[in-house]
Design a protein around this ligand. Sequence first.
Ligand code: NDP
Length: 297
Amino acid sequence: MTAKLLDGKAFAKGVSAEITKSVASLKQQGITPGLAVVLVGEDAASEVYVRNKGLQTKACGMNSFEHKLPAQTSEADLLALIGRLNADASVHGILVQLPLPSHLNADLVINTIDPAKDVDGFHISNVGLLGTGQRALVPCTPLGCLMLLRDHLGSLAGLNAVVVGRSNIVGKPLAQLLLNDSCTVTIAHSRTRDLPSICRGADILIAAVGRPELITADYIKPGATVIDVGINRVPAGDGKTRLVGDVDFASVSKVAGAITPVPGGVGPMTIACLLANTLTACCHAHNLSESALSSAS
Ligand code: NDP
């Protein structure tokens, strides 16, 4: 079997095009959605992510506000900035790029963001709303995975889903989304016994582990849908590096029914969902309907 490629890049392009149309129509009403991204310190990967987010935010017509703070920024100064962004009516979404330097309490910082502007969906209020099946701003990477799954499979009800990874930003919210869509969900992690046999029970297998090519063909039920969240940089042999996922694409794509590539799978969906969440937050702030966003929620 050769798996169908789930092309996140193409799908994300479609989502961004819809968002661009919605932003244009909001602008006709005098409203421009605005996303503020806060970066503390000089982590190279984070700088790339922040730059990409800014470019894509502007490309769909939204305002992008970047706040780059030195690594030694005090917690009080960071919380004060968040307070100003919370009060700023031109800012509809606030994202604090993680990880933060170790002297800053990430939980406190995230929970200081106004939940209505928490476009990463990490604030405890949004986590609670999602956990109780209520309307919430949902973390972007899990939302992107869900959109790809729904697009490929239609209804997910009754399917066995195994999520490998239990982080607060990917594994747990994704498991919750799949449960809300009536999957039978198993969450696996580093202490799970006999991971391959648990994964072989999955109609939907999500890898969010951060271990290059951990998941090989012997973990896969024939025909399963495999979503690879992992982004790992590995040596390419000639002093260069290349990106691989948590799934061994070459072997798994011979057994699975469908699979996301790395790069070009979940990654582009994450940014598209960030823009979708910003648009959602903007619509809520102005008591407007989000009908134009029906594909993203
Ligand atoms: P974390 O490091 O926070 O979590 C990793 C999870 O994997 C943990 O729950 C850990 O278990 C589990 N794990 C580690 N080793 C094993 C193993 N050998 N077998 C089973 N489970 C294991 O990572 P994140 O959730 O933040 O990210 C996961 C991956 O997704 C990374 O590669 C990251 O770069 C990528 N990512 C990609 C995004 C995108 O846009 N595409 C966005 C966010 C992340 P335990 O809890 O027991 O330690």
